[in-house]
Design a protein around this ligand. Sequence first.
Ligand code: SF4
Length: 413
Amino acid sequence: MESGPVIRKGFQLKKQVLPVLRQDYASTLIDWFRAHDFEVQVGQTRIVLAREFGFCYGVDRAIQYAYETRARFPDRRVFLTGEIIHNPFVNRRLQESGIEFLPRTPDGRKDYTVIQSEDVVILPAFGVSVEEMEALQTRGCIVVDTTCGSVMNVWKSVRQYARDGFTSVIHGKYWHEETRATASQAVAAGGHYLIVLNRSEAHQVADFIRHGGDPMAFLRAFRQAVSPGFDPTVHLVRVGLANQTTMLMNESLEIQEILRQAMVDRYGTDCLAEHFRAFDTICSATQDRQDAVQVLLQRDDIDLMIVIGGFNSSNTGSLLHLCQQKVPSFHIEGVQDLVSADRIRHKPYMQAPAYTNGWLPSGPLTIGLTAGASTPNSVVAGVVLRLLDLRGEHWQDAPWMEALQTVGAPSLG
Ligand code: SF4
């Protein structure tokens, strides 16, 4: 079957889809916060938002292209290969608009065999692997590729490493779609990869670079995180660093330094360029959100932080990690997780979701708020109002009511 077209720039239907995008994801309440220094005092409760949070440029674009696709092909079957971004609210809305998720085979893989040449398939903002793209193209369908430009920049670095004989060491989560897609680019370009999750794993790699070791033990430790045929005695001689775009920037920089120093120790400073390369591939949206939450946490009046985003959202997890070092912090997906003033459903960092009781103090309280790059403003607004409700505050008396009525705002959501 002939390959179908790959659409990478949408369908120029922004004007047509903008009203529904606004209705689903925007919030006049959040606009009010932006115009009022990102904070409000209602009764005994102060709510302060980070100055950068929520939808990034890549997510904005991916969602717009998905809505444009639905509008352009109202009579065709439109599939998503999986979540378009890591937010349950957004994925549900897309399903409600008639976009289907690709079914899975009994062993959990995506089932491309259901796709016919007249179907349309949307790829997510974090991209798909080279093999997945090839499998799709054999179906002859139209592919709408929403992969973010920042992810594609990482792919470019990784392919260049492979062509120059460098192994890509990727700071990321080996199970995350973006990292799997990035790793597949290294292999497709004839290279190898190794994925490291954190500093501790980077130190293990640095030890092997400095002193060698048992290759089998190394491969056992990284069995799910290396390319086929990876041999640490061969493939750790020249390494190039890259990262999943949504990791913690400070951790990525530290990992870079740990491995750079190991190469200096093993081969000497004069030969470093032959053995070590690095590009900072954390995307600017992730960095802006991490910077903004760190500025917020410098205030000494923040009593607790609420971090909003999909439980499988990597950049939201990174924000939580920063927050919990300073104050009690809760990662929630949305308003439904604020069960009561006593009980909250949340996801502790790198753990399964759990319930905690007694999470919301009484008396004067300042709550900080941030949201991951795939969280709509409408969800953040819902959380603000629910927090005030749970604190027993009358948000109908808040200073925003008059302003919103003046502009004829349709809703606070
Ligand atoms: S978080 Fe960064 S890389 Fe991911 S979609 Fe947003 S802008 Fe692109």
